[in-house]
Design a protein around this ligand. Structure first.
Ligand code: AMP
Ligand code: MG
Length: 318
């Protein structure tokens, strides 16, 4: 299959409306989308990515009020979150309505829904006739794609179209909050921080769902994620990094490491920059045949929590 690359949101949306699968930019990471009114196209997303079929997809809508296209009931906490954070890097999980096929939700009676703020994503979604189910546009298990080049690296020839846009401004996947139960529950950390969520909803369950896979309320969290081919080693701030002789090693972090013999290193000025660079750096390391990547753990606050979550998963192969 030939993958058509376009800069036109309208052209890209035409593929979606004809039942195709299309990668498109968003502020979090690139998504690989199909219209929810074309369930056979939704199934092709799983094939193209090699994604396990029990891992549900997030549905993307053009405008906050379009949430009603996939859910009939929006509780008061969900409504507050939508008012404050849509459009933006937040996914909320609600009871789904009958417009959403089982292939999107992997048989769950809930649906994750997000309204991206990236202007390209917005105009693309506006041209799509129904909401667009889209996981990250990468091969399953690999780091999410944060640039169109990363999308092509993984999916060229496997998808109908790539809508080429800017690199992702945030670089990490959306925060996910489950609003289908009595108390909102944080399922995945992201750029919308725990602190910000708490300032909007009174109570927020966080539990241990963030790093265990015993009771995965978010099924995708039990699968390997975000992992480069290289081994990821976590290190504390200014902890000396010892590179074994003859091993190609790299470093990414906020402070300058005490280390010699690194083949590649990236010092990020802020946690936001660290988030934006991380997956791209993982891919760069793989292309340069790096064996070990040392990653400094950022402070556990704001987006730092989301970076630590992705680093933990990459280091543990989860
Ligand atoms: P990705 O877009 O590739 O980051 O994957 C989507 C993530 O959203 C996965 O971790 C899914 O498990 C999660 N997700 C999607 N829909 C739901 C849902 N209805 N309930 C809980 N988690 C969901
Ligand atoms: Mg993903």
């Amino acid at each position: 299959m030939q993958t058509m690359v376009t800069d036109s949101p309208e052209k890209a949306a035409r593929f979606i409306n004809d039942g195709g699968i299309v990668a498109f930019p968003t502020e979090t990471v690139y998504g690989l989308g199909a219209a929810i009114c074309h369930p056979e196209a939704v199934l092709r997303i799983f094939l193209a990515k090699g994604r396990p079929p029990d891992n549900p997809l997030i549905v993307h809508v053009a405008r906050p009020e379009d949430v009603l296209k996939v859910a009939d009931h929006i509780g008061s906490d969900a409504e507050k979150l939508i008012r404050r954070f849509f459009p933006g890097p937040l996914t909320i999980v609600l009871k789904k309505n009958s417009n959403v096929p089982d292939s999107v939700t992997a048989g769950l009676d809930t649906v994750g829904v997000r309204c991206p703020s990236n202007p390209d994503a917005h105009s693309f979604l506006q041209h799509c006739r129904c909401p667009v189910a889209a996981p990250s546009a990468n091969l399953s298990g690999k780091p999410s794609s944060t640039s169109w080049r990363a999308v092509l690296e993984d999916l060229d020839g496997k998808i109908d179209c790539l809508f080429r846009g800017e690199p992702s401004a945030i670089g990490l996947e959306s925060t996910i909050v489950d609003c289908s139960g009595p108390t909102p529950r944080l399922l995945r950390t992201g750029a919308v921080s725990m602190e910000e969520l708490r300032s909007v909803v009174g109570a927020l369950e966080t539990s241990d769902c963030l790093l265990t896979d015993e009771t995965p309320r978010s099924p995708g969290l039990k699968y390997p994620h975000y992992a480069p081919a290289a081994r990821v080693v976590l290190c504390g701030s200014r902890e000396p990094v010892t590179t074994p002789p003859g091993v190609r090693a790299a470093y990414i972090g906020l402070s300058v490491p005490e280390a010699g013999g690194l083949s590649l290193s990236r010092i990020c000025r802020t946690p936001d920059e660290y988030a934006r660079m991380l997956f791209d750096f993982f891919r760069l390391c793989d292309s340069r045949r790096i064996a070990v990547i040392y990653c400094e753990l950022p402070p556990e606050e704001g987006i730092g929590r989301a970076i630590r979550d992705r680093l933990d998963r990459a280091a543990s192969g989860h």
